[in-house]
Design a protein around this ligand. Sequence first.
Ligand code: CA
Length: 748
Amino acid sequence: MQRIFILIIFTFVLLATINPGAVAKEYLVKTQQEYKKVVTQLKAGDEVVLVNGTWSDFEIVFKATGTKQKPVTLRAETPGQVVLSGLSNLRLAGKYLVVSGLVFKDGYTPTGEVISFRRNKNDLANHSRVTQVVIDNYSNPEKFEQDKWVVMYGRYNRFDHSSLIGKRNAGVTMAVRLNTEESQQNHHRIDHNYFGPRPTLGSNGGETLRVGTSHYSLTDSFTTIENNYFDRCNGEVEIISNKSGKNRILNNVFFESRGTLTLRHGNGNLVEGNVFFGNGVDHTGGIRVINRDQVINNNYMEGLTGYRFGSGFTIMNGVPNSKINRYHQVDNALIKNNTLVDVEHIHFAAGSDAERSAVPINSQFQNNLIVNSNNTDGISLFDDVSGISFAGNLVSSGINPTLASGFTVTSLDMQRAENGLLYPQSDISKGASTSLQPIKKQQVGASYYPKAEQDVAFDSGKTVSVKPVENALFDAINNAASGDVLLLENGDYTIGKVIKLTKTITIKAKHKTQVTLYPERSTFVDIGDFGSLKLVDLIISGKHTPDSAGNTLLRTSKIPMQRNYRVEIQGSVIENLNVNHSFHVFDAGSRSFADSFTINNSTFKNITGDLIRLNKETDDLGIYNAEYVYFNNNTVENVEGAVVKLYRGGTDESTFGPHFMMNGNTIKNVGKGKRNKSESAVRLHGVQVAQISNNRFIDSASASIEHTVGEPITTVNDNEFTNTSAPTVVELRVEGPHTATLTNNIVK
Ligand code: CA
């Protein structure tokens, strides 16, 4: 039997050899079985064409050997008309392969990767190209089940003109691996891709592009990343995490992306011609420099607000004799001809502490242009910067330079050029070149695929009138489209069923104080994936809810959510949630994440539980429940629980939030119920940015704030604490006094 098999193989090989001029074939395949058969027969120049339609649960292994002149191709019959859904993925192995026109959506990979430039550890792809593909929210429904979307192995591969949009689960969107010799010095090219919006993950593991890992970081990669567009890549603090040597990061655009291009590990990288547009969005950053021989030339940055390691520009301190995964000293960095317009923070020798004591050396910062309408150069020094030679830099008039030499103050008449960037009308030898051509959104990504917005905005749909009759609100929500406004006519509404919300919906009273809702179940609205809720000018009473402990007016799904949601309550009255103990206004489920949670100009009274519970991630993995929480100009009276419990545990520092803003509220007789174990009216743990100001606390429990990691920014100012104890701040992980600013508070 075995002999016959060998004989057959031999015959095939013989036939192939004696017939080298065979004409390339095109195979149109309609089923997975056909594909599996065809793929074993492929020769140089052949094309496999997947017929248009949806292919479910298709794990494609594309293994073939082409030549430079005659690659082997796998393509969609029509680009964009072949959809891989369900549990699908693609692995390439061999050489001179081309894949194009495929769309991955409505599912997720059953393995750790969606597109992999290898079949397995030993069988890699080389000289191969994946182009015009789309991966659109092909995210594991279990948000913290980690996978990657595109992983490059091997050498001389290219990934280009593709769209990677909306990754919502943990794991870097795209990675270049150097984990075996066959994948090092790889000369890959990653170009003209659309890295579409990546929502805040709310944990580490949300990087968009990583090249290398710390383990192989002293190895050269020679990867080129050019002409890509990073559109609101907000996953976490690192947008690009460079962790290998000799890469070139050229002419990319970073649009309103929170985080930085970080030269985290590896030496001798070139960062040139990149453009960062922050537009004043929170936490937009630029470039962070670590390691040896880095060149940062001719980049343009505008409107970046980030600070600390997320600044518009950062040069780090290193660790003497650093371990491979810590911080290597900056040595021989050349930073020249960059333009920084309204960049709020430029940090030199950042991260200086007992461990990171190796200051930058042998480095140059020259001919850069710093323009700032706030009359500051934004520069902060955290240690000795004498190892950086500053020369020929210009700063705009009104600025008193932080550094005595190397910066000339001059009047700069900045005009926006046709390429969209600002240039001085006088001296153009400083700052970025006028020949920069920032890549446009329409020039990148799969040409056939729209770059649609991911979230539906509140009030973006139609307005639907609702009358106070049985089931009217429930039915209206069922029939509404995402973005619609349900406008409630005057009257009382009984809500007999739990509303499971999977749309963006606004519920609004036509006339303020004239519409009252009476939920009759233990929950009024349960927010699930795709759900976001806005309540305006309503009165909601708990009078008719069942008499059971632990009712919750609003909550998120008890199943972990993949999608981030938003809640907004404006001008409403929520009262009499007191049929039993521990009746909460809002309770987040574990593994749910609010992009924003806002309550303004509202009144809460006679409530036995808490108002806002965003405190479910107590496994301390650096995961939390909301990015921005706003609580402004509200009146809260007779509430046994707390106004807010906001919790972020763990030691990870890869996130910006949570943020908490509480201004102008009156808090009376709040937080003193015996079931409120926090014994606080405001309980913050591990919150990164908190501002509590102009509030009046009367006969209430106080605010208690626990700092953990990062350098949290906490301000408590201009509050009155009447018959209420003073707020407390404690550092749980850092020695010494707390770092919060408490000013102008009156305790009486
Ligand atoms: Ca990270």
